[in-house]
Design a protein. Structure first.
Length: 116
């Protein structure tokens, strides 16, 4: 049974940091490209960051580039998103995605709220 479960969201003040985690099971994690997306109310879902399974090369969306780092631990079947210097406009539900060939799995999302 495939599971993709995000955690680590919450309420943080502007300028603060959060680290999101995404734990995966039910598939060969190291074969999958892992990505973080986010969706704010009334907006389309957008790519935040991605990391390939083999070699671990990364790519970042423009909205948070320079403030985030994506990483993965294939031994733990987990991908992380370190977010720094958070802004109110970063408030959104953050989703984890796993993709390999025709397989495309999503988590349920974790809410990140940036507010004073």
């Amino acid at each position: 049974q495939v599971q993709v479960v995000e955690s680590g969201g919450g309420l943080v003040q502007p300028g603060g940091s959060l680290r999101l985690s995404c734990a995966a099971s039910g598939f060969t994690f190291s074969n999958y490209a892992m990505s973080w997306y986010r969706q704010a109310p009334g907006k389309e879902r957008e790519l935040v960051a991605g990391i390939r399974g083999a070699g671990g090369s990364t790519n970042y969306g423009d909205s948070m580039k320079g403030r985030i780092t994506i990483s993965r631990d294939n031994a733990k079947n987990t991908v992380y998103l370190q977010m720094n210097s958070l802004k109110p406009e970063d408030t959104a539900v953050y989703y984890c995605n796993a993709r390999h060939w025709m397989n495309d799995y999503w988590g349920q999302g974790t809410q990140v709220t940036v507010s004073s």
